[in-house]
Design a binder for this molecule. Sequence first.
Ligand code: SAM
Length: 285
Amino acid sequence: MSPARQSHSPRPAEVSGRGCCNTKMPQLAPHRARKRFGQNFLVEPAFVQRIVDYIDPGPDERLLEIGPGLGALTGALLKRVKRLDVIEIDRDLAARLAQDYPREQLTVHLGDALEYDFAALGTDLRVVGNLPYNISSPLLFRLSERAASIRDIHVMLQREVVDRMTAAAGSRAYGRLTVMLGYRFAVERLFRVPPGAFRPQPKVESAFARLRPHDPLPCPATDEAVFRRIVAAAFAQRRKTLRNALAGLAGEAQMRSLGIDPRARGETLSVAHYVALANAIAATR
Ligand code: SAM
């Protein structure tokens, strides 16, 4: 058995599993955590159990785990589901997992989750992961683009990222991530996890969160590209007023007609305000 490829192509290579439960495999050397892949492995069984209890997977559900690592969650999930897909960027870890479980149970995709085509696994997908902190925001944006094929997402993130995802309008943590994820998902903070639950220990606290795609969207944007552009511009320089931040995109009169004060800052507007502004702009094009 060998990982199919070292390079990480847009369609990740599948690493085949052992296939026969009795096959004797060579002893694997201990894994040295790779910082560049954000490897902080969950080692506290109580937290693993708590995570699985929140996910509460049914035996026939379609689950994808992002970054299975040494398999702490993978093993616990496989006690509850008949089969599981995982995507792992580290070829050594992908190879270990493929050795540890028969391929009827576990499909290991070797590759970068940022390039993974989540829709390829069908609809009603449940996404799970103790995410590498260095890619968490781009990965959440990517998952948000695929929300139509996702039932829910359960993720461990840096606590500060969960603070931003669940922040109230007007607070310091409220920003582009809050608005873009709040547009697409209902976001819930579930519980905090201390650094001591991981090896090696991260310097920061973590939190476990759930995202469920809104169905239907409570405030749909008629042109999501315009909505994305407005939100990005409003938060590009947080200290700017909306009048300055959105100069060239939205006029003061347009803002006022929607009940938006052009002297306010981006962090004071709700998702509904941003959508209303984006829809007004889209209507004039
Ligand atoms: N799930 C394991 C656990 O809870 O112990 C490992 C979590 S560790 C924080 C993050 C995992 O994601 C590592 O196994 C790492 O190799 C993997 N990873 C990092 N970047 C990735 C990427 N872009 N795509 C897929 N996996 C990635």
